[in-house]
Design a protein. Structure first.
Length: 397
């Protein structure tokens, strides 16, 4: 087997001083070194050809691959395979084409400065992601380390926490960890006023008192903006249980309404995916907004009515029908999706209930009727006010 032509070197703020012997040897033998200007500036003694990685990042991949056949070193920050550039490049290469020499990641350095157990710490890369991705992790006393884009984003983070009601959160602002410029300052989110935060920067977050999200299925209804077209909390919990979600799976949420089922599916595990189909443009936009506000940016929303519109996407592992149930839709699901796909459909009207009953007779599965009642005032006393019953059919195609 020939030697790899590409060496990926993780670089810290201490430059060449922090490199392993193998990394230094790769630099000595390199014909080309490619990296961001900040990384190249940390290695001023380079004598080979130098290429600056362009912006946006994706444009540099083809430029790197053009160097195939030469001895090339690619510079990246810390551990290139933890919220780094490594996998973005290696997915385009064969395994024998590259080798990597990682350095301590920013997360490792931050945890070592703060004395936090890294295995118990939430680690997030927010430098190219919305701040709302923090939302599911915000609970008093948790430990979070977030990589930030720049000082402006750190200030935006403090405002975001204060607006959510977590203004008492403690922020450890850590700049240029591991180098001569290293600086660590601590301040509450509501008192944040630093105007001189420099890149690279990470923030250790200890959330204070605030409205933490529950971590079990069936979030409170008032967390979702809706016009009433929403699978209510108790039924949503039963539906998610029937969908039997597993890590890494994809859901199609047909007739998504507020998007609550798809959003909770995504909140259940970071590797999950969800696609929502909604005929009403206003509801579709509301579902997108609900997802963004609750910290999941992986909900793809398609406007239209199934089966007239059909996703141009890999088949799902599970399907939920919350609206738009019809004979044509069920026929389309059975003819187009793989055997074993899990299906859950909820019905409220007599017509939809009759449809599910017929299909249960033909295809089997489990048929469940759910009747709920809420305590409501009757004069000076209280009585039970029944909700519309829901019939739920769950089956494997």
């Amino acid at each position: 087997m020939s030697d790899p032509w590409l060496t990926i070197i993780g670089l810290g703020e201490d430059g060449a001083q922090g490199l392993s012997a193998a990394a230094r040897e790769a630099l000595d033998r390199a014909e080309v070194v490619i990296g961001a200007p900040r990384h190249l500036a940390l290695l001023p003694a380079l004598t080979c050809a130098i290429l600056e990685w362009p912006v946006p990042f994706a444009d540099g991949i083809a430029r790197l691959i053009e160097q195939r056949g030469r001895r090339v070193v690619m510079l990246a920050s810390g551990d290139p395979f933890w919220f780094g550039a490594g996998s973005s490049v290696t997915r385009h290469l064969d395994p024998n084409e590259w080798v990597a020499h990682p350095a301590p990641s920013t997360f490792t350095l931050a945890a070592s400065r703060l004395g936090w157990a890294l295995q118990d710490t939430v680690c997030l890369g927010l430098h190219a992601a919305p701040l709302a991705r923090l939302r599911p992790h915000l609970a008093p006393g948790r430990a979070i380390i977030a990589l930030m884009r720049d000082g402006a984003q750190v200030l935006a983070l403090a405002r975001y926490l204060a607006e959510l009601g977590f203004g008492g959160s403690l922020l450890h602002v850590m700049e240029a960890l591991g180098g001569a410029r290293e600086r660590i300052r601590c301040v509450s989110a509501e008192a944040m006023a630093f105007g001189d935060i420099t890149h690279p920067v990470a923030v250790g977050i200890v959330p204070g008192a605030g409205p933490a999200l529950p971590v079990i299925a069936g979030l409170p209804d008032d967390l979702f903006a809706s016009d009433g077209q929403i699978t209510k909390r108790p039924i949503r919990a039963l539906t998610l249980s029937a969908l039997a979600l597993r890590a890494g799976e994809t859901l199609w949420d047909i007739g998504a309404g507020s998007g609550s089922i798809g959003i909770e599916w995504l909140l259940a595990h970071p590797a999950n995916g969800a696609l929502a189909i909604e005929a009403d443009p206003v509801r579709a936009e509301r579902a997108r907004a609900n997802a963004a506000r609750l910290g999941v940016d992986r909900l793809e929303v398609i406007e239209g009515r199934a089966p007239e519109i059909w996703p141009d996407a890999p088949p799902p592992d599970a399907v939920f029908i919350g609206g738009g149930l019809s004979e044509d839709l069920l026929l389309a699901l059975w003819s187009r999706l793989p055997v074993g796909t899990r299906l859950v459909a909820n019905a409220v009207t007599l017509e939809s209930e009759s449809l599910l009953t017929r299909w249960h007779g033909r295809k089997g599965g489990a048929l469940l009727r759910v009747e709920l009642a809420d305590a409501a005032p009757i004069g000076a006393r209280h009585g039970w006010k029944a909700r519309y019953p829901v019939v739920q059919w769950s089956v494997a195609l």
